[in-house]
Design a protein around this ligand. Structure first.
Ligand code: KG4
Ligand code: ZN
Length: 335
């Protein structure tokens, strides 16, 4: 069975062809970095227009790489939300038109469910029940996943998401956008104990990052943006360490509380090298099995959407052609 996956919820246009829920025949992602870079953030209208320009050439490239015809596609999975409404509508309208003309099923996928399902495309397939931690630019959500029909949020950020903390921190340090990969790279030569930034809300099971961002802003107000490269790396590493420590301490709390010994890490921030290595050794010592999303599938991509679509279709679930895009929908799946 070949599923066409379409993801256009934010600033990356992505098309994937996935065979039998496991083999990525082609994954084509077009970044819009150059479109938005000069504005220091994503401009929604420009994102929608870029999706319109990118989507058809990406599908053609994917079909060529996979060496299949469009008629060989068995179903179409598309992100229905949450995300930027204009961007979502481009992918969804494209998917509906294809489903209608090819007479194939359409499957609307929740973007966060897609991130969780990226871990099913790694070498080690997650075991149920697991705690699914989605940490990205828009979400810092921990889910209890009994099975794919029973997913419940148990902790979340009360203000900024972890990815937002990376992006805003990088902006304060004058590094550019998106901040996560830039801080990650810079931190590799930095001393994480150089500045003791606070670990927010240590006693709560939920996450919070806006106070940490303010601490960095206050530090910069006092000392200025470091001019020498080593000090800049030290400050970036200290800031990253506070985010990583905060994430890990909440995960440890949830594991102790739920007694679930399988943890899935996914979403853009899951690409962070410090988070991956620190979490790996911490989970080892707690005898918790860690399932990391493959690095190239942490950030937004259509393979994860195709994978979620495959599993929904296996359960006999698909969408009507009247499906609408929704900018905000909480993920709560219960059979
Ligand atoms: O999942 P994603 O591609 O889009 C959303 O659904 O939000 O995540 C993007 C976020 C951005 O905030 C970006 O800075 C962050 O993921 N990110 C990282 C790294 N790579 C991407 N954060 C920390 N370290 C990284 N290596
Ligand atoms: Zn995402």
């Amino acid at each position: 069975m070949i599923i066409l996956g379409i993801e256009s919820s934010c600033d990356d246009t992505s098309i994937a062809l996935l065979r039998d829920g496991r083999d990525i025949l082609s994954l084509q992602t077009q970044s819009q970095f150059e479109v938005h870079e000069q504005y220091g953030g994503i401009v929604p209208e420009l994102a929608s227009r870029s999706h319109v320009m990118n989507i058809l050439p990406l599908l053609e490239k994917a079909l060529t790489e996979a060496q299949i015809q469009i008629q060989d596609i068995d179903a179409i999975a598309v992100t229905k939300g949450p995300g930027l409404i204009g961007s979502l509508l481009v992918g969804l309208s494209f998917a509906k038109a294809l489903a209608f003309s090819l007479k194939k099923p359409l499957i609307g996928v929740h973007h966060i469910e897609g991130h969780l399902m990226a871990s099913f495309l790694g070498d080690k397939i997650p075991k149920f029940p697991f705690l699914g931690f989605v940490t990205s630019g828009g979400h810092t959500h921990l889910y209890k996943v009994e099975n794919l029909s029973d997913i419940q949020a148990i902790a979340w950020s009360i203000d900024d998401a972890a990815g937002e903390a990376f992006d805003k921190g990088a902006k304060l340090l004058g590094l550019g956008f998106p901040g996560g990969p830039l801080i990650d790279r810079l931190s590799q030569s930095g001393d994480p104990s150089f500045v003791q930034f606070p670990r927010p809300m240590p006693h709560s099971e939920h996450f919070s990052f806006s106070g940490l961002k303010t601490s960095l802003a206050t530090w910069i107000q006092k000392h200025g943006i470091p001019k020498d490269a080593q000090t800049l790396s030290n400050v970036a590493a200290s800031y990253q360490e506070a985010i990583v420590d905060s994430l890990i301490s909440k995960l440890k709390k949830a594991i102790t509380k739920t007694r679930i010994n399988n943890l899935v890490l996914c979403g853009g921030v899951a690409a962070n090298s410090r988070l991956r290595s620190k979490l790996d050794s911490c989970m080892n010592s707690m005898k918790v099995e860690l399932f990391l999303s493959p690095l190239k599938l942490c950030t937004d991509n259509a393979a994860m959407i195709a994978c979620a679509g495959f599993h929904r279709l296996q359960r006999g679930e698909y969408s009507e052609l009247t499906l609408d895009a929704t900018p905000y929908i909480p993920l709560h799946v219960e059979s």
